[in-house]
Design a protein around this ligand. Structure first.
Ligand code: S3P
Length: 447
């Protein structure tokens, strides 16, 4: 059932908060814990809908996966190549990462797995994963457009692969590397632009043999050697920089704010938004830098300040691909024009985010243009009019971005459905309200 939410002008934000666990790392921790021999424990796991789908899927594939207490989970894995045929469809809900990485995992197991998802996931392209996995020997039977629902009939005699990524996608890279775990010899992915390397870091953490080389053009060649002995490990999941981005931008644009966001993952391949905000003039301080299970982490101190429009190069997209919706909100409050280049991939996320941001911003009175794959936002340094109800199309990040806009707009901003927020950021409204936001849900509005 859809749940409308409304966000109204907020006073200065203040206080400390911890964004939920990193979604990318949480999926991977569950998958590798389910493959590793012996006990793995996870702390700080994101208990959002997407990750819970992966937890359920790993159980369906035969691993023991238990929740001990909030964010603390324990797994007993089956060993590389030891997953069991699920006796029912894996319903991955809204989770693109869960679906694509799992397709890779099961592609080199000799059984058939059926996958489906919600309306958003069933509309997303799967050819990019199906094609390389097919080359390895898996047979993927999908409906038109190579979309979910689909069946992966894994191969027991896979062929090692060297694959050039045509789109910069960590999900495709990860699906191939995970498939490569159960292949004799080396499986290689060549990426023209480096994408998030959580799979590589976590594979190493669990004991896999991995080679990573840089190419002359700035890309990477990643190779995994098959049949590694993965052994149970402890994983501490950092707070998700993509989720922290919402309170961070809120603090930057609500006058008088100063907040601290604790334990945020600051992997360089995920940090493009923060780099861009700094170029726009934002004051973001990284304190108490440390390392957790191979991932860098810091506390972010963020203060309100004037922002200036910038040109965001296409080459930065892989390091901030999920952050364009909230960057567009920051851009609407900045003085001058922000041009975000090369956003073709935004069209195939949980929704067409390029169209959603352009439509939603225009409805709130912001001057915005789409030229080719670029999103151009003209800010005049003043709060936009607001007063619109935004269609979110099952997209959590569109929902959260516009709730942040409501915190500064002249009139409240509503979203038609806040339910999908729970896929990545359960407790979003409570966390934001704890910092000083005024986000309400319909029954509260009615009451
Ligand atoms: C993710 C990779 C990105 C990102 C997604 C999470 C991952 O997708 O948008 O939210 O965990 O590997 P693509 O690989 O499609 O760019």
């Amino acid at each position: 059932m859809a749940a409308q939410m409304v966000s109204a002008k907020a006073g200065p934000l203040s206080g400390r908060a911890r964004a939920p666990g990193d979604k990318s790392i949480s999926h991977r921790a569950l998958m590798l814990g389910a493959l590793a021999v012996g006990e793995s424990t996870v702390e700080g796991l994101l208990e959002g809908e997407d990750v819970l789908r992966t937890a359920r899927a790993m159980r369906q594939l035969g691993a023991l996966v238990e929740r001990l207490e909030s964010g603390r989970w324990r797994l007993y894995g089956r060993g590389v190549g030891g997953l069991a045929e699920p006796d029912d469809v894996l319903d991955m809900g809204n989770a693109g990462t869960g679906a694509r990485l799992l397709m890779g995992l099961v592609a080199t197991h000799g059984f058939t797995t059926f996958l489906t998802g919600d309306a958003s996931l069933r509309s997303r392209p799967m050819r990019r994963v199906a094609e390389p996995l097919g080359r390895m020997g898996a047979v993927i039977t999908a409906r038109s457009g190579v979309r979910l629902p689909l069946a992966v009939t894994g191969t027991a005699t896979p062929t090692p692969l060297a694959w050039d990524l045509t789109v910069p996608s960590a999900q495709v890279k990860s699906a191939i590397l995970l498939a490569g775990l159960n292949v004799a010899g080396e499986t290689t992915v060549i990426e023209p632009q480096p994408t998030r390397d959580h799979t590589e870091l976590m594979l190493r953490h669990f004991g896999a043999d991995l080679r990573v080389e840089s190419t002359a053009g700035g890309g990477r060649v990643v190779s995994v050697t098959g049949y590694p002995e993965l052994t149970g490990r402890h994983v501490t999941v950092p707070a998700d920089p993509s989720s922290a981005a919402f309170p961070a931008v809120a603090a930057l644009i609500v006058p008088g704010s100063e907040i601290v966001l604790e334990g945020v993952g600051c992997n360089r391949l995920r940090f493009g938004l923060y780099e861009t905000l700094a170029e726009m003039g934002a004051e973001i301080e990284l304190r108490n830098r440390r390392d957790q299970a191979g991932e860098p982490v810091a506390d972010l101190v963020i203060r309100h300040g004037a922002l200036t429009g910038v040109d965001v190069p296409a080459a930065r997209a892989p390091s901030m691909i999920d952050e364009y919706p909230i960057l567009a909100i920051a851009a609407a409050l900045a003085r001058g024009t922000t041009r975000m280049r090369g956003l073709a991939e935004l069209k195939v996320k949980e929704s067409d985010r390029l169209a959603a941001m352009a439509e939603g911003l225009a409805a709130c009175g912001v001057r915005v243009e789409v030229r080719g794959d670029d999103l151009i936002v003209h800010g005049d340094g003043r709060p936009p009019e607001g007063g619109a109800t935004i269609r979110t199309n099952l997209d959590h990040r569109i929902a959260m971005a516009f709730l942040v806009l409501g915190m500064v707009a002249e009139r409240p901003v509503a979203i038609d459905d806040g339910q999908p927020i729970a896929t990545s950021f359960p407790g979003f409204a409570a966390l934001m309200n704890g910092l000083g936001a005024t986000i309400t849900e319909p029954d509260e509005v009615a009451g």
